[in-house]
Design a protein around this ligand. Structure first.
Ligand SMILES: CCCCCCCCCC(=O)SCCNC(=O)CCNC(=O)[C@H](O)C(C)(C)COP(=O)(O)OP(=O)(O)OC[C@H]1O[C@@H](n2cnc3c(N)ncnc32)[C@H](O)[C@@H]1OP(=O)(O)O
Length: 206
């Protein structure tokens, strides 16, 4: 049996609010005053990131832009390397696109956070070559817990919804990465002035 304590209701238990429902005393999210302006591209938070890194040839190379309030839009084009079934995107790749878009919301809050929960709904198949248009927003904050939701549409903002997600991100310190990441990559990231600049944007001392 796992020694990791469960934070959700066990299977078969009566339906309750669940870990993705903000508690009654959660508060609305607050856009940081120094958040990028609406429409501004966010750029990659890490060049080797599978979701957004420009130096990751098989990754999604997802491009996110700040929206109004605590909202983000993003796009990525499904490549042959992203297939599950012939000509169709792998569900895990689509979950990655949702996760990356949801994680990018933290640029607007200026907090460092990691995914604790990600619940995905796959509504329509997504063919290779599709440009998936994603929108995400933070719905509530409770202490270190950030509740958010996202959709992905085929072809553009007016396209049919293909995927949806609800997620819970947990705020962490930069030490989360320093303590847990492989030393080789941590050392390289800390030697990179651009990476340090990105970390300073979150007012942390790498
Ligand atoms: C802005 C830059 C753009 C970034 C884009 C990145 C996109 C990609 C994002 C990712 O994919 S991140 C990688 C995937 N995620 C991880 O690797 C996280 C692995 N998990 C952990 O490291 C820890 O479990 C975690 C840091 C999430 C939580 O451990 P902690 O020891 O810090 O949490 P703690 O036990 O103190 O719990 C704090 C609160 O969160 C709650 N919580 C923590 N994990 C939870 C969980 N998994 N589900 C539900 N609730 C959770 C917990 O119940 C508690 O609630 P209360 O404050 O109300 O008591």
């Amino acid at each position: 049996m796992s020694n990791v304590p469960s934070r959700g209701a066990p299977p078969g238990s009566p339906a309750g609010p669940g870990p993705l429902t903000p508690p009654a005393d959660a508060v609305p999210p607050v856009r940081h005053p120094d958040a990028p302006a609406p429409g501004e591209p966010l750029g990659a938070h890490y060049e080797h990131c599978f979701g957004c890194g420009e130096a990751q040839p098989h990754g999604l190379q997802l491009l996110a832009r700040a929206g109004e309030g605590v909202r983000i839009t993003a796009e990525f084009t499904v490549k042959p390397a992203h297939q599950g079934a012939p000509g169709l995107a792998h569900g895990g790749v689509l979950a990655t696109a949702l996760d990356e878009t949801l994680g990018s919301l933290n640029w607007l809050l200026r907090v460092i956070a990691v995914t604790g929960r990600l619940q995905t709904e796959f509504v329509r198949p997504v063919p290779v070559g599709t440009s998936l248009y994603l929108e995400a927003e933070v719905t509530a904050v409770h202490g270190r817990k950030i509740y958010c939701t996202a959709t992905g549409r085929l072809g553009g903002p007016e396209g049919p919804v293909a995927v949806r997600a609800d997620a819970l991100f947990i705020e962490v310190k930069v030490d989360h990465f320093i303590d847990n990441g492989r030393q080789e990559e941590i050392r390289a990231a800390m030697a990179d002035p651009d990476q340090i600049k990105r970390a300073r944007a979150f007012e942390v001392n790498p």
